[in-house]
Design a protein around this ligand. Sequence first.
Ligand code: GLC
Length: 792
Amino acid sequence: MLFVQKESGLFYDKIGSEYRMMRLNMNRNNLEKYIIDRNQVKIMFTNSILTLSVLTSEIIRVFQDRGCNNNSYAIEENKTEETSFEVKKIDDHLELKTSKLIIKIYDDEKVDVYDEQENPLIIDYRGNRIPLDRQVDASHQKLAESEGHDVATSTEKNSHYYELVKKLAADEQFYGLGDKTGFLNKRHYAYENWNTDNPEPHLESFTRLYKSVPFLIGLKNNHPYGIFFDNTYHSYFDLGKESNKYYYYAADDGNIDYYIIGGTSLKKVVENYTYLTGRTPLPQKWTLGYQQSRWGYSISAEKVEEIVDKMRKYHLPCDAIHLDIDYMDGYRVFTWRTDTYDDPKKFINKLHKLGLHIITIIDPGVKKDEAYQIYQEGLQKGYFVKALNGQVYVNKVWPGDAVYPDFGRNAVRKWWAENCKFLVDLGVDGIWDDMNEPASFNGEIPENIIFSDEDKKSTHGKMHNVYGHNMAKATYDGLKKASGKRPFVITRAAYAGTQKYSTVWTGDNQSLWVHLQMMIPQLCNLGMSGFAFAGTDIGGFGADTTPELLTRWIEAAIFSPLLRNHAALGTRSQEPWVFGEPTLSMYRKYLQLRYHFIPYLYDLFVKESKNGLPIMRPLVLNYPNDPKVKNMNDEYMVGTKILVAPVVEEGKDFRAVYLPQGKWIDFWNNVTYSGNNTVLVNAPLDKLPLFIKKDTILPWGEVKDHISSQPDEKMIFRVFGEYGNYLHYQDNGTDFAYKHGEYNLYEINVDGNRASINLKKHGYEPVYQRIELRTIDKKIDFIFKDQKYLQI
Ligand code: GLC
């Protein structure tokens, strides 16, 4: 660990390493002694203390108190497991060893991490940062046109409040970081953690978006590791942009508080990280269906019903309609307009009868209006954030002047949760939390505005990045309490750990091919960062889409866990039917494909809720040692068996598809290919290149116009190849009864010509009465009789 000082950088440059060593020796922060107290090793240096806590053999926390409240929003329960470890003083360092990790601590608080085979994972850099050479000095006159080219960001400051600078290997890749822009492998780029609502097109030059997930995954010479920096203040990553020799994390304030995460594979690192910060719980099954949205529909009941009629008229499977801000009375949260809705309860009931669920948007900004009950109540109870002079802080969002609930306080979260009942009582099925970075139209909220950090007074600077997280948590609790169902919350802003409460979408993208391209790495990295339930606005939110872009987008996104078409007010319509044929039929074909795969996606969510591994994932997660996939941006996998290679360029009707090791079956024509190979496939506009790993069994749901709450009477399993084994899960898809054992598990085995089905667990009454196995050339039927499946 190194606190880089500007002067030491200059010495390094001018005088070289010998003199620098002397200087460091003079100021040396010697490792003086250490104390072991249960799972903690407290290490005393001349000028500081560093505490290492062993949580598990693969998770170690490194902590230095710098005067900040030491609670975590990301990690909620005690995650410490009884773990044996050894501490020894060896030569010039102290060594902490678990069965999986070796941590060496040296003078000057330097910390090096190795795996159990002594492969270096995270090694402190012993040199000094050398800022980027932008070839601009004070004598350069700034010309008007050059302004847009000045891209230096605060990431590049010569020194930050603290910096943790680590050595970079020639073969080192980076993943994770939540929803950042750009490519899958984050090496060579710099980013910031400061939740930001910026409507400009999100390009790879954007250093920050709506979420801050300071979780970095590294793959160093094929050895994986993770580091989770649990600091909510504005912070920075430079992942080898400034130098090929080091990467760093820096922060503007806060304690040094990070978790070293080991694991024998990338998957194990993600499992460990989600063990620490939580996993996406099993969602209601209908939430995996198609969802239609647009800012503007909800202006009236009539308009929404028109959309629903068309969905059904054109036989487009659809499970949910989203109501954007116009359903409210003057953008007042927890109200419903009465001029264009006679009776919202009746209206929602009518849509429920058609099999549709209703999701309503809620923003945090509460309209400043003396006659508005939510404002009055929040004001009386002191629930809004305040300026330094003690006055409630006012900024502007959709309703005009607005105030911000102080979500860092438990009492405020409870109040918000109770307010969600208003919507649930009307029949609303899910809540979409928006603008919760928090957004502010009247300039940025100053960092010194008083926000609470639980029961302590804090600042916007500290609580900004967890504002959306706390709002999502309150919404989750509110929905759960009022409905008793698995809550469906969608949030735009998030922090590490928000996945426990909410689904996310990537915010305001645009109808641009580059944004379709970016969807793949963005959702894959969100998945690697614990956000298994994520999606993008299909078709693009801002700007006008084209029939080709919309078609390629629905194809490419068809396995994204959250499947929602959404667009901004004023952009051209982009519902599936607006471009007529053949767009409508192609769109329908892919929605139908999605519904066939919903039982598989649901099975993946069951697994994910136990191991935290994402549904939609980059190839590198499944094949970490394959150099071809380390920065694979235009293919992804669904679980371990499906490989998706969408066309994401305009005018293309073929593409090269890289298939990793093993044998792969083309989903459309059953041709088998050998992996470790690139194949050229035809991909006219109606074709999404799709491959299934040979010897795979997949459930194949029936296409319906919505996911029914009625249990399925029959299930089909498709067999790709001659062998396979599959575990399929079934429950009521809505509430928490499964937690008390109300679910079924079916085990399907196929071995050449022999096939068997075994009801491994029977905790949910309505079992499938019939099961069909479908191979490439035959069908095998089973019926359920005497608690067994018999082949007929
Ligand atoms: C924000 C959201 C967007 C929504 C709009 C109006 O821009 O990101 O999805 O439609 O606000 O509420």
